[in-house]
Design a protein around this ligand. Structure first.
Ligand SMILES: NC(=O)c1ccc[n+]([C@@H]2O[C@H](COP(=O)([O-])OP(=O)(O)OC[C@H]3O[C@@H](n4cnc5c(N)ncnc54)[C@H](OP(=O)(O)O)[C@@H]3O)[C@@H](O)[C@H]2O)c1
Length: 252
């Protein structure tokens, strides 16, 4: 298959490109640095010519509400229109487990939910892959929850996954038929968010105290126990957090 990965130079995109190449597909990594810009439309028509499927793993340059909304709105509209013009038969996009609930109070997730809506109401058959938090993202969660040197988090569940597994989930979706709906994916284990963040910080020699605080928010959002975990029927992938931590330490 000829598959164009928009955002194919990014954290997830570069791994999706690698995995699809390994399986013998004709893969193009597209990004501003390769002359393809979904916000301006530059290079889109050319790169999509002859494509069977398009994977969208772009991200907004910032988490700020207006910037994220402008990015995902323009990028998704331009991409879907160009795909329809080129006769692309499958649009795959990466989103986040819990997006509806997170969107109630987070501008970034409002933008992701609007992206999903454009796709589901758009002209191209689609699969939206909703993944849980990446292991690599846990430090960012800790930073966002730090108040006066303490990391304050609600006692919610979390079921994070390795970016290698996220990329595999996206690559599998791209070679399968469109589901015209949402496919949830997650890691193999559930943790209590404060326990996991404490372990992640300790593994990096970061001695910030992690405090369970029922009033604390996650990225400014009042989450419940299950907001960050995938529902029944999700596909769960194999890489365990402990193995990932050990491997990351060994290779860094
Ligand atoms: N963080 C998490 O835990 C989590 C969990 C689930 C899902 N997700 C989702 O995963 C997706 C990908 O995240 P990531 O961390 O892999 O992102 P990333 O590393 O920041 O990569 C973003 C990619 O998008 C490209 N890009 C940016 N602006 C573009 C434009 N105007 N036109 C075309 N390409 C553009 C970038 O190209 P350049 O390198 O040239 O700028 C880069 O290749 C996001 O949509 C996010 O919502 C994240």
């Amino acid at each position: 298959m000829r598959i164009v990965v928009i955002g194919g130079t990014g954290r997830i995109g570069s791994k999706v490109v690698h995995q699809l190449n390994e399986h013998g597909h004709d893969v193009v990594a597209a990004a501003p640095s390769t002359g393809v810009n979904t916000v301006t439309g530059e290079g889109l028509a050319d790169v999509l010519s002859g494509a069977d499927a398009v994977v969208d793993v772009t991200n907004s340059p910032t988490f700020e509400e207006v910037a994220a909304q402008e990015f995902f709105n323009a990028s998704t509209r331009n991409l879907l229109a160009a795909e329809a013009q080129a006769g692309v038969s499958h649009h795959v996009a990466l989103s986040v487990v819990g997006t509806e609930q997170l969107a109630r109070e987070s501008g970034y997730f409002k933008a992701k939910l609007a992206q999903e809506k454009l796709i589901s109401e758009g002209p191209v058959p689609y699969t939206i892959v909703r993944a849980t938090q990446f292991f690599e993202f846990l430090g960012t969660i800790a930073d966002s929850a730090t108040v006066d040197g303490q990391v304050r988090l609600p006692d919610a569940l979390i079921q994070p996954m390795a970016t290698t597994d996220v990329a595999e989930a996206v690559a599998i979706a791209a070679v399968n038929q469109p589901v015209n709906g949402i496919a949830e994916v997650g890691g193999p284990e559930q943790f209590r968010l404060p326990d996991l963040i404490r372990t992640a910080l300790t593994a990096h020699g970061d001695h910030r105290e992690v405090v369970v605080d029922p009033t604390a928010r996650y990225w400014g959002v009042d989450i419940d126990e299950h907001t960050l975990v995938p529902g029944d029927g999700a596909s769960l992938f194999d890489i365990r957090f402990e193995d990932w931590i050990l491997e990351t330490a060994a290779t860094s």
